[in-house]
Design a protein around this ligand. Sequence first.
Ligand SMILES: C[S@@+](CC[C@H](N)C(=O)[O-])C[C@H]1O[C@@H](n2cnc3c(N)ncnc32)[C@H](O)[C@@H]1O
Length: 226
Amino acid sequence: MRRVPEPELMDEPEQARAYAEADFSEPNALFVALFQESFPDFGATGCLLDLGCGPADITLRLARAYPACRVHGVDGARRMLAFGHDRIAATELEGRVTLVHGVIPQVRLPRGRYEAVVSNSLLHHLHDAAVLWETIKRCAAPGAPVLVMDLARPQSAAQVDDLVRTYAGDAPPVLQRDFRWSLCAAFRPEEVLGQLAQAGLGGFDVRMVSDRHLAVLGRVPDPKGL
Ligand SMILES: C[S@@+](CC[C@H](N)C(=O)[O-])C[C@H]1O[C@@H](n2cnc3c(N)ncnc32)[C@H](O)[C@@H]1O
């Protein structure tokens, strides 16, 4: 099935609300568990960057998982960030979590380099996937752990229908529409491997981690080769 890109930012009011109110606890818990299992030595100190953080559920889960770290989330959709700000205000984590409005790759971040960079469900929104890999190389400190998780594009339209029925059958129509668009806009694992090779991140691992998600795991190479 050919890739069909979708709009980058999720800034429609109804769309942002439906996404922020949906229950993504299963994939979001998987995301944090994957990071923890893959990088058991991470977490003493530092600052973690969440690219395309949306309503900040994963951003907050990471802040809870790493109590000695700060977490910065960035998103280009103000409406999504508004839900994130509300969510943060309802926790005790306000001092350690900062949300930044800006479009990747132009966004100006509060720090030059981060001790870890993560992203969930951003890659398939990008019209040019290289933007994500170049941003990661620019923002991650040498040796920093990276986890990117995203949907993987199914092989056929019938598989898209099955996944929408299984995982969004009871969801509001706008969420069903977005899930369908996202599946059609997502990349195949072999396409992601090609993007990584092109970006000089060929050492990263790409694997399927559920019936609909792929994960990219690796450490940003040290340009000095250390
Ligand atoms: C599917 S949501 C994922 C949100 C969050 N990471 C999560 O897992 O719940 C994708 C988010 O990426 C944002 N986004 C898409 N393209 C972007 C870009 N070029 N710069 C910044 N944010 C972007 C959208 O606005 C949206 O909030």
